[in-house]
Design a protein around this ligand. Structure first.
Ligand code: ZN
Length: 279
């Protein structure tokens, strides 16, 4: 705990209620779209642009029934070379994105705390408090971008070799290759949205604990595809402090924090709300 928000609130406004729940902070999907556009799309573009050259070499190789498709390999290597140049800028690109998300989240948290408690925490929190969380998220996202490129490359290679083995016409292989890239594009868009949920929920947890708030409320995502067990947690109180477990607050029995935290399972999208408790 860096500061005791509950004690500060008690001094600032002598709250009449026994609890105050901090309002929900919902990340806008534009952040996910930005992450896709800035970090993943350039990778998809490299492989999209490599396809015509690969297909041309495939067409030549398949009529000559060569054993070793050396010219196709050369096209693949050229795309990989372009990716390795791009790879040099992935870390700073994702870093800038993560810092923007952090700054947005911090501003929203400050506003939510202010309206709930009248306490302004603006000067008490900064980006350096969450440096470790940001670094972990940045490193993880850099690895994901590299994995997307490696996966496209692997699938293109498989498609080419299957085509050569089956003597498939170039037209058919071209279609399959476009589908390969489309699949990776769809996967990247899903990853970007999931990564936004993960970084914002990790930041929210950290900001809440920094304020000394151990008790929080589970807020279900309301997504079309959801986990039954997450819907069942909606509105219940949880605590990061085992000593709180079993206490009855607002008529609800405080439960131990579940192992899968909000937003951490793939495409979860659930969120948590900090709860101030005045005893
Ligand atoms: Zn969920």
């Amino acid at each position: 705990m860096r500061y005791d928000l509950t004690a500060m609130t008690r001094r600032a406004k002598n709250p009449k209620r026994k609890t105050i729940t901090i309002r929900d902070i919902r990340p806008p999907s534009t952040f996910a779209a930005d992450l896709y556009r800035q970090a993943y799309k350039p990778v998809i573009d490299i492989w999209t642009e490599a396809l015509p050259g690969i297909v041309t070499e495939y067409a030549r190789t398949v009529v000559m029934t060569q054993d070793s498709p050396a010219d196709i390999e050369a096209q693949m290597l050229e795309a990989e070379r372009q990716f390795s140049i791009l790879a040099l800028t992935i870390t700073p690109t994702i870093e800038r994105w993560a810092l923007r998300v952090e700054s947005w989240q911090r501003g929203k948290w400050r506003g939510a705390v202010l309206s709930a408690t009248t306490v302004d925490i603006g000067t008490m929190i900064g980006p350096s408090d969450v440096r470790q969380t940001l670094e972990a998220a940045i490193n993880y996202n850099v690895a994901l971008v590299k994995d997307v490129s490696a996966e496209v490359r692997r699938r293109i290679t498989t498609t080419i070799y299957d085509g050569l083995r089956g003597n498939k016409p170039a037209r058919e292989v071209a279609k399959e290759l476009r589908a390969v890239v489309e699949l990776s594009k769809a996967r990247s868009i899903r990853i970007a949205s999931d990564q936004l949920a993960k970084i914002t929920s990790a930041l929210a947890d950290e900001r809440r604990r920094e304020a000394g708030l151990m008790i929080w409320q589970w807020l279900h995502s309301g997504k079309k595809n959801y986990r039954e067990e997450h819907l069942a947690r909606n509105g219940f109180y949880y605590s990061d402090n085992p000593k709180d477990v079993g206490r009855v607050i607002d008529g609800k029995k405080v439960k131990p924090a579940p192992e899968d935290r909000v937003g951490q399972k793939p495409f979860c999208g659930c969120r948590s709300q900090g709860v101030l408790v005045f005893d």
